[in-house]
Design a protein around this ligand. Structure first.
Ligand code: GRF
Length: 200
């Protein structure tokens, strides 16, 4: 990690949708003793609701639309990388960023890129986690914050939060319960990660 005089680690949040985790991260960044500040929010989807939430909070919100790059995934990621560098980002938080990353971008941010996944990894990587947890008869569900590696929803686990699965739960009810837990877990893990990264 680059040495910096800034007491707060400059963080980028990458989104594709509603951005409720991003909003929780922005709220946490407002704490007087936060270890990080969000210097830019990037969305690959121009219509992402999170862009408005970020702009309302006065955080630069940038669209890097993947559709302009056709099948050239790395060209899109180079455009993202340019925004990250322009804002002096040191840590990237994926928060509902719905595009697979190429090994190139993952390598560029090795050990400095976090993701949140709505299951207790290693159980239920990928999509439709809540329906799969219910179908499997799991007694509990939860969410995981992990470092991003060149494998989907894998990488060293930095923190997990567990919630019960209750009788009568459907995927929607379970998703809402997990999402509430995500909003507590992600800012807390990100803050600890950034605090630790500043230690000599
Ligand atoms: C969250 O459930 C997160 O775990 C998953 O995508 C969802 C994003 O939701 N990776 P939001 O955009 O933060 O509301």
């Amino acid at each position: 990690m680059t040495a910096s005089n800034s007491p707060r680690v400059p963080v980028a949040v990458l989104i594709s949708g509603a951005g409720s985790n991003m909003a929780a991260i922005l709220d946490a960044a407002g704490a007087a003793d936060a270890a990080f500040e969000v210097v830019v929010v990037i969305s690959n989807v121009p219509e992402a609701g999170g862009l408005t939430l970020a702009a309302e909070r006065g955080v630069p919100a940038v669209v890097v639309d993947h559709r302009g790059h056709g099948r050239d995934r790395q060209a899109h990621e180079r455009a993202i990388q340019a925004v990250l560098e322009a804002h002096g980002v040191e840590v990237v938080a994926l928060a509902g960023y719905m595009r697979l990353l190429s090994p190139w971008l993952v390598a560029a941010w090795e050990g400095r890129m976090l993701n949140i996944h709505p299951s207790l990894l290693p159980r239920h990587p990928g999509l439709d986690t809540h329906a799969r947890a219910l179908a499997a008869g799991d007694a509990e569900a939860g969410c995981t914050v992990h470092l991003v590696i060149d494998d989907v929803d894998a990488g060293p686990i930095l923190g997990q939060s567990r919630v019960p699965i209750l009788p009568g739960d459907d995927a929607e009810a379970l998703s809402a319960r997990v999402r509430t837990a995500e909003h507590v877990l992600y800012p807390a893990v990100l803050d600890r990660f950034c605090r630790d990264s500043r230690r000599p």
